[in-house]
Design a binder for this molecule. Sequence first.
Ligand SMILES: NC(=O)c1ccc[n+]([C@@H]2O[C@H](COP(=O)([O-])OP(=O)(O)OC[C@H]3O[C@@H](n4cnc5c(N)ncnc54)[C@H](O)[C@@H]3O)[C@@H](O)[C@H]2O)c1
Ligand SMILES: O=c1ccn([C@@H]2O[C@H](COP(=O)(O)OP(=O)(O)O[C@H]3O[C@H](CO)[C@@H](O)[C@H](O)[C@H]3O)[C@@H](O)[C@H]2O)c(=O)[nH]1
Length: 484
Amino acid sequence: MSEELKITKICCIGAGYVGGPTCSVMAYKCPNIRMTVVDKSAERIEAWNSDKLPIYEPGLFEIVKERRNKNLFFSTDIPTAIREAELIFISVNTPTKNFGNGRGRAADLKYVEDAARMIAETAQSSKIVVEKSTVPVRAAESIMHILRANQKADVRYDILSNPEFLAEGTAVADLINPDRVLIGGEQTDDGLRAIETLSWVYERWIPKERILSTNTWSSELSKLAANAFLAQRISSINSLSAVCEATGADVSEVAKAVGLDSRIGSKFLQASVGFGGSCFQKDILNLVYICEGLNLPEVAAYWQQVIDMNEYQKTRFSQKIIECLFNTVSDKRIAIFGFAFKKNTGDTRETPAITVCKILLEEGAKLEIYDPKVEAEQIFSDLTSASVTENPEFVRQAVKVQSDPYTAVERAHAIVVCTEWDEFQSLDYNKIYGSMMKPAYIFDGRKILDHDALQKIGFHVQTIGKKLNRAGLLRSWGQIPQFN
Ligand SMILES: NC(=O)c1ccc[n+]([C@@H]2O[C@H](COP(=O)([O-])OP(=O)(O)OC[C@H]3O[C@@H](n4cnc5c(N)ncnc54)[C@H](O)[C@@H]3O)[C@@H](O)[C@H]2O)c1
Ligand SMILES: O=c1ccn([C@@H]2O[C@H](COP(=O)(O)OP(=O)(O)O[C@H]3O[C@H](CO)[C@@H](O)[C@H](O)[C@H]3O)[C@@H](O)[C@H]2O)c(=O)[nH]1
């Protein structure tokens, strides 16, 4: 790599779950590159510059503390950061559109377009612009149009696609040691040179053989495809969890037996209450929308089924709770253990806990919610949103957020585990049993608890993909049984 390809200043537009951790790790691994992460939200930037970062990720605070104000800067001064940078990551949100054409399915690219326009207005020198946000196939073309239509003399732009594959809760580890880095670009001399330049940055800490380059459209589609494949595995095992509950098979045993086939592999076969998070549903809906637009209805229907199965699983689990509690939860106290969409994050976007709580609230339950990382304000904001209730005041009265699991379970009829936080495994369940109403129920939506031990204490335990109730199992033989 020649010296001229070296990058010394990078700007990242969007200081969210991707922009923040990605640039922090880049700053940590590339002390000679000055990273400036900008955002239009002054509140978010203030938090990145404080001791309470706006997102929780294991190991992130330590890295930020080490590099902040050395070669890692968080700022709202977007024009200056754009002007100074040689390479710009666009890492803004691309939510599902909630209006107009493609409502509920297409990705809303307005933030990406805003970022591209800001670059076009501000840049006074040539830039490599890198699409890090997850976007529909051919979105780079739109960015290119905007930039090139507003190009000043002596300013040129190269556009790259460099999707991010980090998972929340393990973002720092994923960024330090990724399975692969994907860089898509134009297959021209200029395009290949831009790919080489971005690759040079990643090569500061990632072995070159893990850096893959493709054409732009393959790179954009690969990101949607990877998420669709991962979510499809979860929906597949979740579909089988229903068969297990109806037959006496154990989904963990099935997943193990299936996953040991090296052609299938063991990861992402953990049956659960359903997948959540800001990406899987959004990206598959986007893929479905693209397929419909390409007049490929069979392909669209195939991927839509992954989402439909996930909805089925969340509803099925919630219905099971109601059925087991004698078909009524009206005025019953139910402790919800975990609200985040997975452990080790405070993120609640598309968390299955919202669906479970919504259904229980509609049936008149009183909820006592405990999550070690999600703020009460966030839980109330999620549960009073228009998609959950028409009556926010009713929800505020029916929900309490507790800062301690033992308080949450006092006089509760049931515990529902919605997130697989490790700490739920080491609670004192004898003490918990003592303070609950009887019969005391536990619904383990994450399959993390010791069900035998809980049953010995006296709990009635229900979980995903395994029938624990012996009487129910006997009843089920010779017929297609219901849950209990
Ligand atoms: N969250 C994840 O784990 C993850 C992983 C891989 C990829 N992605 C993708 O990365 C993208 C970003 O996701 P995220 O979770 O970080 O989103 P986020 O909502 O946490 O952060 C996006 C940030 O961009 C800022 N922003 C929006 N428009 C702006 C503008 N014009 N100028 C300056 N700032 C602007 C917002 O204020 C916000 O802080 C999405 O496309 C997402 O699909 C997310
Ligand atoms: O076997 C499994 C694995 C995961 N989940 C659930 O699936 C959801 C998503 O989990 P995960 O994929 O670990 O987290 P995300 O942060 O959503 O990461 C996904 O979405 C990101 C955004 O696009 C991608 O970058 C990552 O590669 C991709 O894993 C969570 O609710 C998990 O609890 C299961 O139910 N069973």
